[in-house]
Design a protein around this ligand. Structure first.
Ligand code: HGY
Ligand code: MN
Ligand code: MN
Length: 409
């Protein structure tokens, strides 16, 4: 069994976590912000220090490569270093840095794998501009429309954000990797949920990744004076949202299954003054399930529920689909390799699904995919409370190293 150099990995995790950290201990490294650009530069320099061939593709994916005997195909280890606002220091970053540590360890041991190995940090996984941008570019799934319509909440386009970073967004269309040059894809990620921590098991073997749809919904009524407008004469957009939010448990119960979840994570009221009846509300709706037909049913049910409430309250209902991602199954050969790697090192593991979306489910569209989870303390993530014990990180990195060695032999 081979082992990684844990001190280097620990140093990388600590150093990267300082880039974009704010006083509230949250990390603000949303894609193509100044903090993300600093992190990108830092990562490239770490690839170079490790003696890897480094490059940035048309979508801004940051790639480090260790050439193998057969360089016609690569095993790829990936994830992302961009974060949600006030995010944690491990979501995505851990997968990139353990991937870097695996290639650095093998390079140092002068081990030449049968196939080349690559570590990739994918652009905008978290969705400042819609999400999974870099892996979708890599999988050849981007369209010129998607690139030119991708904007953040402030209306900044990814085209302008990439231009400020010295990149031409239209080149993202050239980032497509020919699937015949990929032997397979592995991603190590924090669970971002409570299961492994509650079971006290260090490794999750991910069998399936949830699908999702994310909408930006607008309900438009009539802004009016909060003091003079009788309750029976209002077209109060917020009341429409409030009524809908109470409908969510019923809709999930009637149309969903045990893995179904729905979240309203962002709400804006207009005009937003205390003495005005809100004429418009905009809110996000994030709905997930591991079964595509259930997602379809939930999408219809949510649309029906919101339109019925809007009709009854004299509101106009519109929505934009921000993202729609299919569920994905892991490849059995890769799952077996992860299992063997755990068995040989006597690490307990738990087979599970992922409730979070990952670049891995995009990569599953063009190659065999597998994911390794490590525990999240109290299941916390997308928050400064995000934490994984160093010992679990060490175990996860060693499982990743020995899985890739098994797959490339
Ligand atoms: O939303 C997600 O599941 C991921 O963290 N981007
Ligand atoms: Mn992530
Ligand atoms: Mn995330």
């Amino acid at each position: 069994m081979e082992t990684i150099e844990f001190d280097k990995l620990k140093e990388d995790i600590s150093n990267l976590s300082d880039i974009g950290k704010s006083a509230d201990r949250g990390i603000y490294r949303m894609s193509f912000t100044k903090a993300d650009l600093r992190a990108r530069e830092w990562l490239l320099s770490r690839y170079q220090d490790a003696g890897l061939e480094s490059s940035v593709d048309g979508a801004g994916n940051i790639i480090g490569k260790l050439k193998g005997k057969d360089d016609s195909k690569s095993w790829i280890i990936g994830s992302h270093i961009d974060t949600v606002p006030a995010g944690g220091h491990l979501d995505g970053s851990l997968g990139v840095l353990t991937g870097l540590e695996v290639l650095r360890t093998l390079k140092k041991k002068e081990f030449i794998p049968n196939h080349s190995l690559e570590v990739i940090s994918f652009t905008d996984e978290e969705g400042r501009f819609g999400g999974l941008f870099g892996s979708e570019a890599f999988a050849g799934e981007l369209t010129p429309d998607r690139i030119h319509n991708a904007k953040d909440l402030s209306g900044m386009s990814i085209v302008d954000a990439m231009k400020d970073a010295g990149l031409d967004a239209s080149k993202a269309l050239d980032a497509r990797r020919n699937p015949s040059t990929i032997a397979g894809y592995l991603e190590l990620h924090i669970e971002q949920g409570p299961i492994l921590d509650s079971l006290q098991i260090p490794i999750g073997i991910v069998e399936q990744i949830t699908g999702l749809f994310k909408w930006q919904v607008r309900l438009t009524g009539l802004a009016n004076h909060a003091g003079t407008t009788p309750m029976t004469m209002r077209k109060d957009a917020f009341q429409g949202l409030a009524e809908f939010s109470l409908e969510i448990p019923r809709i999930l119960e009637e149309n969903g299954k045990e893995n179904s979840v729905a979240t309203i994570g962002r709400v804006s009221l207009f005009p937003g003054s205390a003495n005005t009846v809100p004429g418009r509300v905009e809110f996000s709706l994030d709905v997930r399930d591991t079964d595509e037909s259930i997602l379809e049913e939930l999408s219809n049910a949510f649309r029906k529920a919101i339109s019925a409430i809007a009709r009854r309250r004299g509101l106009m209902f519109e929505f934009d689909i921000l993202s729609q991602v299919k569920p994905a199954n892991s490849n059995l050969k890769i799952l077996e390799a992860i299992q063997n790697s755990c068995d040989k090192q006597n690490y307990k593991y738990h087979k599970m699904h992922s409730g979070a979306a990952h670049d891995a489910q995009i990569m599953a569209r063009i190659t065999d995919m597998g994911m390794i989870f490590v525990p999240s303390k109290n299941g916390r993530s997308h928050s400064p409370a995000e934490w994984t014990a160093w010992e679990d990180i060490h175990i996860g990195a060693n499982v990743l190293l020995n899985t890739i060695l098994e797959l490339t032999k």
